[in-house]
Design a protein around this ligand. Structure first.
Ligand SMILES: Nc1ncnc2c1ncn2[C@@H]1O[C@H](COP(=O)(O)OP(=O)(O)O)[C@@H](O)[C@H]1O
Ligand SMILES: CC(C)(COP(=O)(O)O)[C@@H](O)C(=O)NCCC(=O)O
Ligand SMILES: [Mn+2]
Length: 939
């Protein structure tokens, strides 16, 4: 197998793989061997999964790459997948909304999903793949939509495409590999995802047309026609660069950054104040473009001394075999041995009068005039560095001069010469800073080399990507997240409720406790590769290793995501409470997540039946996730701005990528069963209380039950020791008030009034629920019931995808239906909310009271993480939120790690138990298991 060093280009997807591959190669070799077995076992391997890609790409060199033709991949696709509905294609958007309508393709043939930029050195591809369809609870959705008055997907009356944008590159000299790649992924066909959308235009004789830019669009047009039957629609290169840059600056949150003295800092670009700017694209050659607006630009300059010069001269002078090798060499170089420095001329002194230090380069390669030395007398490392500095300074300087010509203050640098390389960026920044005396600013783009290809992609009409808003593009690192989900299959709950009313619900729950604390089947030891944990090795110094490898993720296009309408100030909103820019903080959370990994892998493997296949995937997951952690430790900003919520989401994404759809599935199930079994008795007990005591007991109940958290190290220990139920019982019996944060009295006054004053009930409450089992069933559901009783509509907001032991929106209707069997309030509200469409529920007393009730509804939140970023929520949640006047955020992830400082237009109640000592100290100056009950009036 050829090594990656001999095959440096695998593209961005490939680059991702390259890192994974280097780390997880033994695992991958195993996977390769077992591939047929994987298929016969019926394992669903997604088309875009890392495993697949690793297997494909990992095979290395030309000719040996084992591209799996799509027909033979083990993608399981149901024949009933929804096809794009051509009949609904007419665009009849409702434009009164503040968000611009997203135009999306109205028929599959109109959308092409591949664009190419064929440059002098590299071919860049941008392609689109549709999201995997995920199972939906259509009936629930339909009734929720009816209730919330959402017509046909809120405001769009035509199909919305969700999918991913992928970025891949190849060396132009290896164009055949690129063509193989295109053909293996069927990207040369028409349609959006040719795996699922059948629109093989080439087979009915019509040529397929793809957008392309760069010189190679002309040079290789015949080859593409011949090999793939594709005709290239040529787009102007400058148009494309500008369109690509404008799109990125507008649509991607952390796209632009400065890089000075090794420090990367993201820059928030104000969409309304973006122009003018100078765009400097450093490819083989360099273009400098003054950009005044969308489609408004002028190429004002350029230079022939560019990326091609560095790589070309460097190759001749150092015999390096690849660009990356040359760049890596530069990191060990000392350019002083070959450059003539000011100090060399001034006898070691600075030339202060004109501000030049002794170490300033007076003449690049100036020392090589020495007659005593030949090429072989210079170290290749020094040559490479000298060359890199020469070219980077030169470009920085010319850029500045052009910015000066037009009075531009901002210069964005793109092109693959930059390669995310710290030293290159520092050098360019230095030049711009130095010559402009700090007036102009050099900025870099994370998708540096893909501007042209993105621009060509944008030039397809009707995909409407240019209208996308920031919140609709979710950048997920580094891998895809196939949408999948599961239904709970709890065995019928039965007689437990009938017997022994003498013992309390809590005693029953404790008896049922074995179902909660009993060990989950573990994968037998030695099967998961946790021994191979990657510990970060800091490279140190300014010459960091090329950090770009994982810089660009796959952009997930989720056109249905919206900004949560109740955010008081969306522009100022920052979801993360903990800023991981503080290195000690990052180190701490890194350790927490690393320590949790073995347990997580065990659960994940067990959730898939502990098969050999799941063990292998568990291994691969552990390797991949720890590699990402290590990478982030070395460069926290590698994937964009990093907060704790991103780390926790990365873990879930990573699990999904390795096909662990729901790692805590069985744990959730048994906790649900045990809790549902005792719920009726709890409700009876609650009903016997006065209103005031009941409200307090309900809030205590929510806080106490939040202890059932499989993501917290402290709680997992309690589970393993079997003491969690005891602690729950104790805290339920006696919750010491005041809690560490205790606004209960204010909340109580709002709910119940004071004295004779009866307050008016809330119209609609959104309850962001957290964990399965006791947390939702014995904590949040009774609270929901109380609100319903007050005449408040209740919307339970739950995750779209599983994350740890969080309950999902798909699971909730069954849970509610089960609970409703024993409670009229819940039954009538659930019926009114359309949650009981399937089941004819019989109440415990057999009565059927059909008097109208305010509805209880369930909506999904649009995410699959223990935290929530309220800038990106599902459209159904956004719709439900519009009429809400109370928001209850529950749990550590949603109420503390994120949104602790969030301000809302309506009232908010934040409830959580703090299950992490450090967080307790930091956030509330408290201790482990302290509670937070924060009530905030509308702001
Ligand atoms: N793996 C690589 N192989 C060749 N050149 C690379 C590689 N990575 C980065 N480069 C640099 O990127 C330049 C090409 O940048 P790019 O933006 O793709 O321009 P072009 O469109 O001219 O190919 C090369 O000249 C080289 O300096
Ligand atoms: C992942 C979690 C936010 C889930 O908490 P929840 O939202 O369920 O209350 C939490 O378990 C957590 O922060 N865990 C990591 C910290 C620790 O193990 O102490
Ligand atoms: Mn949770």
């Amino acid at each position: 197998m050829a090594s990656l060093k001999e095959d440096p280009i695998l593209g961005i997807d490939g680059i991702i793989i390259k890192e994974e591959f280097e780390i997880a190669k033994p695992v991958i070799d195993k996977l390769r061997e077992d591939r047929p077995a994987l298929e016969t076992e019926g394992t669903v391997i997604k088309g875009e999964s890392v495993i697949d890609k690793v297997i494909e790409e990992g095979s290395g060199g030309q000719g040996e790459r084992d591209m799996v033709p799509p027909t033979s991949t083990s993608i399981h696709r149901s024949g009933s997948r929804p096809q794009l509905d051509l009949s609904k294609a007419a665009i009849e958007g409702n434009f009164e909304e503040r968000d611009p309508t997203i135009l999306l393709p109205n028929q599959s043939d109109d959308i092409s999903h591949l664009a190419l930029d064929i440059g002098g050195s590299l071919i860049k591809l941008v392609y689109f793949s549709r999201h995997q369809d995920r199972p939906t609870n259509d009936k629930r959705k339909k009734t929720v939509k009816e209730r919330l008055g959402i017509s046909n997907g809120n405001r769009r009356s035509y199909p919305i495409l969700g999918g991913r944008l992928h970025f891949v590159k190849f060396e132009t000299s290896k164009i055949n590999e690129c063509l193989d790649f295109i053909s293996s992924k069927q990207l040369h066909r028409g349609g959006v995802d040719s795996h699922s959308w059948h629109s093989d235009t080439s087979s009915n004789g019509n040529a397929v047309i793809k957008k392309a830019t760069g010189g190679g669009a002309y040079k290789y047009a015949d080859l593409l026609k011949e090999r793939l039957g594709v005709s290239l629609d040529k787009e102007d290169e400058m148009d494309c660069l500008v369109a690509g840059a404008n799109f990125l600056l507008k649509a991607i949150r952390h796209e632009a950054f400065t890089h000075m003295e090794g420090q990367k800092e993201f820059v928030q670009i104000d969409q309304n104040d973006m122009f003018p700017y100078l765009l400097v694209n450093i490819g083989s050659g360099v273009s400098m473009i003054k950009v005044d607006g969308d489609g408004k630009f002028e190429r004002v300059s350029g230079t022939n001394v560019g990326g091609g010069t560095y790589w070309g001269l460097g190759r001749l002078l150092t015999k390096c075999k690849s660009f990356d090798e040359l760049l890596e060499l530069s990191q060990k170089g000392d350019n002083g041995t070959i450059d003539m420095l000011v100090g060399d001329i001034y006898g070691g002194m600075d030339y202060n009068k004109i501000g030049l230090s002794a170490s300033t380069i007076a003449s690049s390669f100036g020392k090589a005039i020495s007659e005593k030395k030949e090429l072989t007398n210079y170290r290749p490392e020094d040559i490479s560095l000298s060359l890199l500095r020469m070219i980077s300074y030169n470009i920085g300087q010319i850029s500045y001069l052009n910015a000066l010509r037009f009075g531009l203050k901002r210069i964005f640098f793109g092109g693959f010469f930059i390669r995310g390389h710290a030293y290159t960026m520092d050098t360019i920044s230095f030049a711009v800073h130095f010559w402009s005396k700090g007036e102009a600013q050099a900025m870099f783009l994370r998708h540096e080399g893909f501007l042209g290809a993105l621009g060509a992609f944008m030039s397809y009409e009707k995909h409407g990507l240019d209208d996308l808003m920031v919140h609709q593009l979710v950048e997920r690192f580094p891998m895809g997240a196939p949408y999948t989900g599961g239904k709970i299959h709890g065995p019928p709950l039965g007689d437990l409720n009938e017997k022994a009313s003498a013992i309390s619900w809590m005693e029953k729950f404790v008896q049922k406790g074995t179902e909660i604390t009993a060990p989950v089947p573990m994968a037998s030891s030695g099967t998961t590769g946790l021994g191979g944990f990657e510990v970060p090795s800091s490279k140190g110094g300014t010459l960091r290793s090329d950090a770009s490898a994982l810089n660009v993720g796959v952009l997930h296009l989720v056109p249905t995501l919206e900004v949560f309408p109740q955010l008081a100030d969306p522009k100022m909103y920052e979801p993360n409470t903990i800023d991981l820019a503080d290195h000690s903080e990052l180190e701490y959370w890194f350790t927490v997540l690393s320590d949790h990994l073995p347990d997580l892998v065990d659960k994940a493997v067990a959730s898939e039946g502990g098969t050999d296949d799941s063990k292998r995937r568990g291994d691969a997951f552990a390797h991949a996730f720890s590699a990402h952690l290590a990478r982030l430790m070395e460069e926290p900003a590698a994937y964009g701005k990093l907060g704790l919520a991103n780390l926790l989401e990365l873990r879930e994404e990573c699990l999904r990528e390795f096909q662990f759809v729901d790692a805590y599935r069985s744990i959730k199930q048994r906790e649900n069963e045990a809790s549902l079994a005792v719920l009726p008795d709890l409700l009876v007990e609650l009903d016997s209380m006065t209103e005031e005591t009941r409200l307090l007991t309900l809030i205590e109940g929510v806080l106490a039950a939040n202890i059932f958290d499989w993501g917290s190290r402290a709680c997992v220990e309690l589970y393993h020791k079997g003491t969690i139920i005891e602690i729950y019982r104790m805290s339920r019996n006696k919750m010491q008030r005041p809690w560490r944060v205790d606004d209960f009295d204010a909340f109580k006054e709002r709910m119940l009034g004071s004295g004779d004053k009866k307050p008016c009930p809330h119209k609609r409450a959104l309850l962001f629920v957290d964990n399965s089992g006791a947390d939702v069933i014995l904590g949040m559901l009774p609270l929901a019931r109380e609100l319903l009783r007050h005449g408040t509509e209740v919307v339970l907001v739950a995750n779209s995808l599983p994350a740890l032991n969080d309950v999902t929106a798909m699971e909730l209707p069954d849970i509610v239906a089960e609970a409703a069997k024993h409670c009229d309030i819940l039954r009538r509200a659930a019926e009114a909310g359309g949650l009981l469409v399937d089941a004819m529920i019989n109440t415990s007393d057999g009565s059927k009271d059909n008097s109208s009730s305010v509805p209880l509804m369930v909506v999904e939140n649009g995410c699959g993480s223990p935290c929530i970023d309220l800038r990106q929520v599902s459209s159904e949640l956004a719709a439900a939120a519009k009429d809400a006047d109370l928001i209850v955020l529950e749990g550590m992830g949603r109420a503390l790690h994120t949104n602790f400082n969030a301000r809302f237009k309506c009232e908010a109640l934040k409830l959580a138990m703090v299950k992490n000592q450090r967080l307790a100290e930091k956030l509330i100056e408290g201790n482990l298991y302290d509670c937070v009950c924060r009530y905030e009036p509308a702001s």
